[in-house]
Design a protein. Structure first.
Length: 75
């Protein structure tokens, strides 16, 4: 999972980062963070699937997670 790898690399450099996954990839994200030595690192979990959403529906879903995203990047 490249997004977890990127998040870990940013964090190692002191740059706050997070990963956004859908429910279907939660276990994979947890495993990858653990494998890379960052067990428990927070990430954003969207409902699954999102690929079939219209742009307006995706915007609606996205807006539900903005506050959490900001918390993870600034907390």
């Amino acid at each position: 999972m490249c997004s977890v790898h990127d998040t870990v690399e940013f964090e190692k450099r002191g740059i706050p980062a997070t990963t956004i996954v859908t429910e279907a990839f939660k276990k994979t994200a947890v495993f990858q963070f653990r494998a890379k030595g960052m067990e428990g690192h927070p990430f954003i979990q969207l409902p699954h699937p999102v690929s079939n959403l219209s742009p307006d529906e995706m915007r609606e879903v996205t807006l539900r997670y903005v506050d959490e995203l900001v918390r993870q990047l600034t907390g």
